[in-house]
Design a binder for this molecule. Sequence first.
Ligand SMILES: [Cu+2]
Length: 157
Amino acid sequence: MTRILAIAAVAAIAVAGSAWAHDYQLRALHIDHPFARATPPGARSGGVFLSVENKGTQVDRLMRVSTPAAGTAELHQMVLDAGVMRMRAVAGVDVKPGDRLVLQPGGYHVMLADLKRPLQAGDHFPLTLGFEKAGSIEVNVEVESMAAGVMQPHAGH
Ligand SMILES: [Cu+2]
């Protein structure tokens, strides 16, 4: 009995530890630091950012994103169109072998629309990432302050 309790305690520490480490391994893919920015009151959309490093020998592709925190989640790209930054949905993003795909403010990101509630700094929510070859993984997204990352927030999106 004592032994079972001890094992349970170790397991609990391991779970807490992985939340702090905040990185994930899915086959050849190493996913690091999934985070979102806090949203202003009344905002219905937000962005999620993370990086994916492909340590394998084959190209993979991030294709699906989903979360219970929002009505919809889509992969978006920010592009400069005639001097204006615009967003557009993309069907998928390749991650080449030896390469690191970075989803970051001003570039690729996961767009959350129809948020169930505003994102507040310190909150966490699950996000499922689906890859063409490596399959799916659920990661824990950490909500950081509005100023996190670079470039301007998702204003008017
Ligand atoms: Cu977007």
